[in-house]
Design a protein around this ligand. Structure first.
Ligand SMILES: Nc1ncnc2c1ncn2[C@@H]1O[C@H](COP(=O)(O)OP(=O)(O)O)[C@@H](O)[C@H]1O
Ligand SMILES: [Mg+2]
Length: 244
């Protein structure tokens, strides 16, 4: 059974059709990447899947159940994911466990188990401002993971990082995924990132966003240059071949 089924989602924002009849699926233990130009509606789509925004039409089905307009089933790392500056890293990442009613002491002990794998060991009592960009994103990812570990929606989690840190984070995420397994819907505007992480890629067109192409992908495939070129052509068409 698919973990997520997005069925014919449409949404108009400020009288502008933003999403038009978007359908996609995320299977069990699969990384699905939604790739599209900035401003095409990727975050809007994730907000709808996470249940924070109602679609005008269409349904969000999670493990066979209708979750349209209802939140809390999946974990969601939003593009502007802010750690709380006044709480230590450990107290930031335990928030979802406390929300679920786990006693504080137990939540801290439980979350602490993950610090090594998330590259945060020794930083439990640091505050967000004392951490590097990559560490902050790993902390935000851990907080997301502890909310609901089976389905993760990640909105451009590495976009703000410098190129080398971004690359390290991508490889780390892949390694983590291969050990922990989850169903991940990962949004990006970066082709290389999509090809590095995805089992499947949906390319979105813009104004309004539609699914332009679905690509079954094999990480590390020798067809990389060819597929990359094909994707680039679609994205260039979307921007009308101009410079702007
Ligand atoms: N709450 C909102 N109200 C009106 N327009 C919005 C809102 N959120 C986003 N938009 C607009 O909808 C379009 C898609 O935005 P967004 O989903 O953030 O795109 P992406 O994440 O792909 O960059 C953009 O033109 C943006 O300005
Ligand atoms: Mg966005």
């Amino acid at each position: 059974m698919n973990k997520i089924e997005v069925k014919h989602i449409s949404k108009t924002l400020d009288e502008l059709p933003t999403l038009a009849d978007i359908s996609l699926t995320v299977g069990e233990n699969e990384i699905v990447v939604v790739l599209g130009p900035s401003g095409c509606g990727k975050s809007t789509l994730l907000n709808i899947i996470a249940g924070l925004l109602h679609p005008d039409r269409g349904r969000i089905i999670i493990e066979g159940e209708d979750w349209t307009g209802k939140s809390t089933r999946v974990s969601y790392m939003q593009q502007k994911d802010l750690l709380l500056d006044w709480r230590s890293i450990l107290d930031n990442v335990t928030i979802p466990l406390l929300l679920k009613g786990m006693p504080r002491k137990q939540a801290r002990a439980y979350a602490a188990n993950y610090f090594e794998d998330f590259g945060l060991q020794g930083f439990e009592d640091y505050y967000p401002r004392q951490l590097s960009g990559g560490m902050r994103q790993r902390a935000a990812l851990l907080r997301t993971y502890l909310f609901a570990s089976d389905i993760l929606l990640l909105d451009e989690p590495f976009a703000a990082l410098d190129a080398i840190t971004r690359r390290k984070m991508q490889l780390w995420l892949l390694d983590l995924y291969q050990r922990y397994k989850s169903s991940i819907l990962f949004v990006t505007h970066d082709i290389e990132e999509a090809l590095l992480l995805a089992d499947r890629i949906y390319i979105l067109g813009s104004r309004p966003a539609v699914v332009r192409r679905e690509i079954l992908w094999d990480r590390g495939s020798s067809r990389y240059p060819e597929i990359r070129k094909e994707i680039l052509e679609i994205l260039e068409e979307e921007s009308n071949g101009g410079y702007f």
